[in-house]
Design a protein around this ligand. Structure first.
Ligand code: 13P
Ligand code: SF4
Length: 346
């Protein structure tokens, strides 16, 4: 039963004490979040793992986050992902072979003028590629700082794998949409109408399948029903949606904005369902709805549930922890450079 699983988890956590660390991303289910030692957005979780010394880190989030945790921790620490199927559809939209092909084609077109930046929602191999080519990782909470930094190094940026975070951030730093091209990794083609010299930002044609469910139509409906409702979205939403919203930011940004808001204020939130439901539960004094009335879950985040968490902890307790996330030495060292360039500035 649920109660039995919960009490087993509590007992194992108590027994292991500071040897065990369980970070949880804001999109995780309540049944998991209740046991998290720390919660945060992607940047906070990366920072917390870099500082933590626990022998066992059970990552309640998705695969790329667990890889990042492994890269940022020492060799005597082990990171586990309670369900290996907890991936990220956006991270899956860029593989290392496509990235290498894109890089050589783009260098053919533009010479040595491009800095690669990758959203942390990407494989360790891509972070390593970016690290080797003097680029850096970004998260939704420091993308602006990192894009500005990259443009002090070279004339152009290749931004992987989320075209929307890339476009929204480049737009925020003042780059016109006409100076942004899109790289299509399926056809290996650059999608762009104007003269090549104009291009400042090359956006990888990837997106988040959860955030693409928030639409201009959803915004029109909210505005019509209630003109004073504030609309806040994650920057993985499209440019059009971010443009029409009142605010956009990382999961932490969204949580803080609603926390600080006046009692009685009204919010339509464009992000993953578990977080929206938690905001609704934590703020009974505010009126909070999902921007898309059909709540949008991240199915892969939801793979981590009570049974998987307990199974993972029981394995560690028996000395046979399963689903260990181990990034190989060279990939880890190269990816570490890309992460460090971000963490120094974050
Ligand atoms: P943040 O928590 O960094 O805003 O990221 C959201 C997300 O989609 C993680 O996959
Ligand atoms: Fe990936 Fe989107 Fe899920 Fe975040 S919400 S883990 S970007 S699929």
């Amino acid at each position: 039963s649920t109660e039995e699983m919960e009490s087993r988890i509590r007992a194992i956590k108590k027994k292991m004490g500071s040897k065990l660390f369980m970070p949880g991303h804001h999109y995780q289910k309540d049944e998991v979040i209740q046991f998290a030692d720390a919660t945060g957005d992607s940047l906070q979780l990366a920072q917390l793992c870099a500082e933590n010394e626990a022998e066992h880190i059970v990552f309640c989030g998705v695969h790329f986050m667990a890889e990042t945790a492994d890269i940022l921790t020492s060799r005597d620490q082990t990171v586990y992902l309670p369900d290996m199927r907890a991936g990220c559809s956006m991270a899956d939209m860029a593989d290392i072979y496509q990235t290498e092909r894109a890089w050589s084609a783009l260098n053919g077109l533009f010479g040595d003028t491009i800095v690669p930046l990758t959203y942390v929602n990407s494989t360790a191999a891509i972070k390593a590629f970016v690290g080797r080519h003097n680029g850096a990782t970004v998260t939704s909470s420091n993308a602006r700082t990192m894009v500005e930094w990259a443009l002090t190094l070279r004339e152009r940026i290749l931004f992987l794998p989320d075209q929307h975070l890339g476009r929204n951030t480049a737009f925020d730093v003042g780059i016109p949409l006409e100076q942004m091209a899109v790289w299509n990794p399926i056809t290996d083609e650059l999608e762009y109408e104007g003269p090549l010299e104009e291009i400042k930002v090359i956006l990888w044609k990837g997106h988040c399948s959860v955030h693409e469910n928030f639409t201009v139509q959803n915004i029109a409906e909210v505005r019509e029903r209630d003109p004073v409702m504030r609309i806040i979205v994650h920057p993985e939403c499209s440019r059009e949606v971010v443009e029409l919203s009142d605010e956009a930011g990382s999961t932490k940004y969204i949580i803080d904005a609603i926390e600080k808001a006046e009692p009685g204020s009204k919010w339509a939130v464009g992000t993953e369902m578990n977080l929206v439901n938690r905001l609704i539960a934590h703020h009974p004094d505010k009126e909070i709805i999902s921007l898309n009335p059909h709540m949008c879950p991240c199915l892969t985040m939801n793979r981590i549930d009570l049974p998987h968490l307990l199974w993972s902890l029981e394995g560690i307790e028996k000395g046979a922890g399963m689903n260990q996330i181990k990034v190989d030495g060279q990939t880890s060292a190269d990816a570490h450079m890309a992460l460090d360039r971000m963490l120094e500035r974050a």
